[in-house]
Design a protein around this ligand. Structure first.
Ligand code: PMP
Length: 408
């Protein structure tokens, strides 16, 4: 295989808030993308799981096309004919996986869904629990990633995400991820919620100990505090289940969804959860011009239809087991230091001392890019793999062959 040379992207008009790998993509279909030179790449990132169904899934594209020819926006000043069907179908899919009677509040991005959940939890604490306005606290975890808004970065433990963006929003208590006793110790009479990722995606697919989420669920129930699961990245099939929380038999009070909910076509997010909690967000308290717009609902409905078959989840389990076996082989061969995997989602730590091998996650990504594979590092030595759930066995094997070559 010939390594491809890439020119660096030198854009002066774009704000420098990103550090892309040197490739410019012009087309995508299924597991593959094509760049400006006509080179083809297997996509092992799937836009951080927003492309769980691959690029331009035919059913999702058809739903978007049909809707573009009919109606694209009303704002929330007027209902449209797909809003209730979308909410109902999403509640049917996710409702049995959350505590209580489900309600749906559609938004646009993952961060907006998390902000919405934070607002709902605080307002519920104020209206129902009698926590005075301005006193509510929310327990969060070290290593969290919930988005980039000023409130969300206020409780980030990542200095790059947080430093310089103060004044910080008060009301958050951070405890070690995976430590249920620390979560319970942080809860007091001002606490309205515990906000967690069931698997920490941005941190490099960090999977908590098996007793963590059940113990946190029990602590929240004891204290009458909401368990908010941020499943923006882990949800909708990636872990081999509809929600990652299912893996531990835990039903959160609220769940945030995003990324794959829009099928990689439109930004669509939502908070799904207890009607007695989301019900506190009455008219005038919260909203979004684009939240639940017709195009979003049309694609979101088609996404729910796909997940309702159970096929993407089953595929994530089967293909994930195969990926796991091949990655374990690379660890056994001394080519990788550690692998964490759940469903079709893996975090790899590179072995920086191995001679000839890549020393950083970034270097490994660049080597993979040169071999026709898209992947993205996180926090230096870690690489995250999240192939489309629609990938074929042959495509996955080819991608892992190329990864192996990049590690050699
Ligand atoms: N929550 C989690 C768990 C995420 O992984 C992300 C994005 N990586 C977000 C929230 C934020 O989503 P968005 O970028 O759509 O705002």
């Amino acid at each position: 295989m010939t390594a491809v040379q890439h020119e660096p992207v030198t854009a002066t008009v774009l704000a420098p808030n990103y550090h892309p790998l040197p490739v410019t993509i012009t087309e995508g279909l299924g597991s593959w993308v094509t760049d400006t030179h006509g080179h083809r790449y297997l996509d092992l990132l799937s836009a951080y799981s927003a492309l769980n169904f691959g690029h331009r899934h035919p059913a999702l594209v058809a739903a978007a096309h049909a809707q573009l020819d009919r109606l694209t926006l009303t704002s929330r000043a007027f209902d449209h004919d797909l809003l209730l069907p979308f909410a109902s179908r999403l509640a049917e899919l996710v409702g049995p996986l959350v505590a209580g009677e489900p309600m749906v509040l559609p938004m646009n991005t993952g961060a907006e869904a998390v902000e919405t959940a934070i607002k709902a939890a605080r307002k519920w604490g104020y209206d129902v629990k009698g926590v005075p306005d301005g006193r509510a606290t929310i327990v969060v975890a070290d290593g969290n990633f919930h988005g980039r808004t000023t409130t969300i970065v206020s409780f980030s433990s990542d200095p790059d995400a947080r430093t310089g963006f103060g004044p910080y929003t008060p009301g958050f208590r951070r405890v070690p991820y995976g430590d249920a006793a620390a979560v319970e110790a942080a809860i007091d009479e001002t606490t309205v919620a515990v906000l967690l990722e069931p698997v920490q995606g941005e941190q490099g697919v960090v999977i908590p100990p098996d007793d963590f989420l059940p113990a946190v669920r029990a602590a929240c129930t004891r204290a009458d505090v909401l368990l908010v699961a941020d499943e923006v990245q882990s949800g909708l099939g990636r872990t081999g289940t509809t929600l990652a929380c299912e893996l531990w038999g835990v039903r959160p009070d609220l769940v945030t969804l995003g990324k794959a909910l829009g099928g990689g076509i439109v930004p669509v997010s939502a908070v799904v959860g207890r009607a007695d909690v989301l019900g506190v967000l009455t008219a005038g308290t919260h909203g979004s011009t684009f939240g639940g717009n017709p195009l979003a609902c049309a694609v979101g409905l088609a996404v729910v239809d796909l997940l309702d078959t159970g096929e993407p989840q089953a595929r994530a389990r089967a293909l994930g087991a195969h990926l796991g076996a091949r990655l374990d082989g690379l660890v056994a061969a001394g080519m990788l230091r550690t692998v964490r995997r759940v469903g079709l989602w893996a975090g790899l730590d590179v072995e920086p001392t191995r001679s000839g091998g890549p020393r950083t996650g970034r270097e490994l990504c660049e080597r993979m890019l040169a071999r026709g594979v898209l992947a993205k590092d996180t926090h230096g030595r870690t690489l995250r793999l999240a192939p489309p759930l629609t990938m074929t066995d042959e495509e996955l094997d080819l991608a892992v062959d190329r990864l192996t070559d990049a590690l050699a």
